[in-house]
Design a protein around this ligand. Sequence first.
Ligand code: BYC
Length: 329
Amino acid sequence: MATQQEGGGRLSAVLSPEEQAGQDRFNQIIAEDSRIEPRDWMPEAYRKTLTRQMSQHAHSEIIGMQPEANWITRAPSLKRKAILMAKVQDEAGHGLYLYSGTETLGTPRDELNDQLMTGKAKYSSIFNYPARSWADMGAIGWLVDGAAIANQVPLCRASYGPYGRAMVRICKEESFHQRQGFEILLELSNGTPAQKKMAQDAVNRFYAPSLMMFGPPDSDSPNSGQSTAWKIKRFSNDELRQRFVGMIVEQIKILGLTLPDPDLRFDAETGTWLHMDLDWVEFKAVIAGNGPCNAQRLQRRRDAHNEGAWVREAAAAYAAKMARKTEVA
Ligand code: BYC
């Protein structure tokens, strides 16, 4: 592909006839709301944006295991421990589907992993906040997985086949996660005054960070326009945030708790929820690596990676042995 200077000074791609045919086919698939598959021709920018979003998503699942894994040994009963372990394992599985999906775009997993461990790649802001009490397992399940579902259900229709298909399974599991979080909070809320206070405190701390999971306001979301045109994103960050608020406003009543947002109200005139101002300065600091737990989360990931070196070596040696056997046979 060559580039040439357009009248307005912008560099535009000059496509070869084969590339032009690929581009036309790509445009048609997107217009028909059908799916792009790994072997289809796709614009480099589409490949790049998907690699960025899918790998950030994979990293989020993997880093997201940490705040909850820290509570497995302190779960208040055997049943709670088993449920939490299953949830954390699910998150590992989500990370693996998403890394595999990202690899179909051409970037090997080692490279994606390096991007995470060197701090080059982003992952969800939410996992840079500490999980201080058992009630935080409830708030994470209810609010964080709840926000994830609101964001991810539309991604089941993402134009890139491997991403959309991975999301179908992930969303099913996230629904279970959200219910287990809700149930933890419900039980604490109906428990002793100290337990109810712990549940309220957890909701208070996770409310604003969970609203920020949807990303910056639409007016400050550089990637949204193109990702929506390519049908990767189906709704804007603010639209999804609105849906999520509408959902939790009802659920908090059943929990017998309150959202720490006294001005929260539905504005019938605009048809939107008016919620508190979110601290976008804090958000930017967190995604730039300066949140309360960023350093700790990345160090833990690097340690786990190093500690797992022998497993990777053993798996590679076994694969080589099996390949040799197949050659001989
Ligand atoms: N955190 O132009 P924008 C889970 C970045 S895991 C960090 O709006 P876009 C779970 C954004 O990447 C849930 N960074 O971007 C796991 C961009 O930076 P770059 C993870 C964020 O891509 C374990 C810049 O800000 N979910 O559920 O159009 C336990 C400008 O933003 C965030 C996903 O990853 C953020 N919150 O939209 C429990 C969902 N927000 O890349 C639960 C898939 C924005 O240009 N991802 N940024 O340097 C998406 O839907 C979209 O990527 C986003 C952002 C909505 C997150």
